[in-house]
Design a protein around this ligand. Structure first.
Ligand code: GTP
Ligand code: MG
Length: 368
């Protein structure tokens, strides 16, 4: 049972006592591995005290090095074939350990997650924004795993799940990393009630949310290479559209440039921004930049023409055919343009992947 700690002195005694009681009552031979990052509040010293008369091992690290790497060091220090992780703040109920362990023992699963988001699971009176962030983060992970609550932080697994896999200890969410990269065929969730921390302060800052986003995107790249590339490409395209409109507005309103000239200029500015961000972020390209930029512009202009052709077909072909009346015409125009944008985005994406950035795609696909 790996427990990473940073300033958790007020929770440690109750935690160790409840874990041991829970395991004892169901005949599980458990060892608690506390991985402390030199907590200023003396958690490490308290852990050593507990180790004298409990089945507790303590790993001391020099400073606050992050939750995920603490978990991995805990795994390395543990000697068992079944590993588990839980928070020290008593948010996770140690009383669920036997149920989780039995799923592994019976062969029902190789990984078990304590879950807040399956029937029977719950969280304690969280404020709206925390619920929203938690749900949003979980939703974002949907494409990575079937597990409903991959971010609960309370899980158990066979050591063999980690065989031969290099895990990146970035951010808070090592459980998600294991779900994506681990070797297993069955995973189950056990409902838990997630209590508010008993004592001490949260270590979760805004920075962690951004790190999570970055981590999840990297996992998407690992698991869903093309989908992740397309989503990045579309996101950059969306920013490009905003840039396009902003530049157009500025040129026409502030400098009085003729609006069609302004439209061409804003198109080039937006396409250039798209090119730069896709080069750096989506395709992580190091190839020669000039010919790449030229190709990107060619694709963008082709995309623009494709957009116009599609829009004309939808407006002049489809609209009368399905009998749209004039009062719905403006709505139909918006819908048509959205459809056109979607098709053009795929065209641009495919053309750029296999032409503009083809060298980078080839080398990365091999790695992935
Ligand atoms: N060793 C180590 N443990 C950490 C680090 N950051 C967090 N922890 C521990 O990881 C667990 C989860 O951290 P929490 O602060 O409880 O995060 P949270 O559960 O998302 O937020 P709250 O429950 O609201 O506080 C706790 O046991 C922390 O003490 C770290 O950098 N190193
Ligand atoms: Mg907590």
């Amino acid at each position: 049972m790996v427990v990473p700690t940073y300033n958790e002195v007020g929770n440690l005694d109750e935690l160790v006592q409840r874990i041991q009681q829970s395991c004892l009552s169901s005949g599980i031979d458990a060892e608690v591995v506390i991985v402390d990052d030199n907590s200023p509040d003396g958690t490490g010293a308290r852990a050593e005290e507990l180790a004298k008369d409990h089945d507790v091992k303590v790993v001391h690290r020099a400073g606050k090095l992050g939750l995920s790497s603490a978990v991995l060091e805990g795994f390395a220090a543990a000697s068992s074939d079944v590993l588990a992780v839980m928070d020290a703040d008593l948010s996770h109920p140690p009383e669920k350990i036997p149920e989780m362990f039995s799923k592994i023992q019976s062969g029902e699963a190789e990984i078990v997650f304590g879950s807040r988001y399956v029937p029977g699971g719950s969280v304690e009176d969280w404020p709206f924004h925390r619920k929203l962030i938690s749900k949003g983060a979980t939703l974002f992970a949907r494409g990575l795993t079937k597990v409903k609550d991959p971010m609960s932080g309370f899980f158990m697994l066979k050591r063999s799940v980690l065989d031969g896999e290099k895990l990146d200890p970035i951010g808070f969410k090592i459980g998600l990393e294991i779900l994506v990269k681990g070797k297993y065929s069955k995973v189950v969730e056990v409902p838990i009630h997630f209590a508010n921390r008993k004592s001490g302060k949260s270590k979760l800052g805004t920075g962690e949310y951004l790190k999570y986003l970055d981590h999840a995107i990297q996992l998407y790249e690992h698991k869903r290479f093309w989908l992740s590339k397309y989503l990045k490409f579309s996101f950059i395209g969306g920013i490009g559209a905003i840039i396009n409109i902003a530049v157009l507005w500025f040129l026409v309103e502030a400098t009085g440039v003729y609006y069609l000239t302004a439209a061409v200029a804003s198109f080039v500015v937006a396409a250039t921004s798209n090119f730069v961000f896709n080069r750096i972020w989506t395709f992580r390209s190091k190839s020669e930049i000039k010919s790449q930029y030229a190709r990107f512009l060619v694709v963008s202009v082709d995309g623009l023409f494709l957009n116009l052709i599609l829009l004309k077909q939808l407006e002049e072909g489809l609209m009368p055919a399905i009998g749209i009346t004039s009062d719905k015409a403006s709505l139909f125009l918006i819908v048509s343009q959205l459809i056109a944008i979607f098709i053009v985005s795929i065209f641009n994406f495919v053309a750029n992947s296999f032409w503009t950035y083809s060298a980078d795609i080839k080398s990365r696909s091999k790695k992935a």
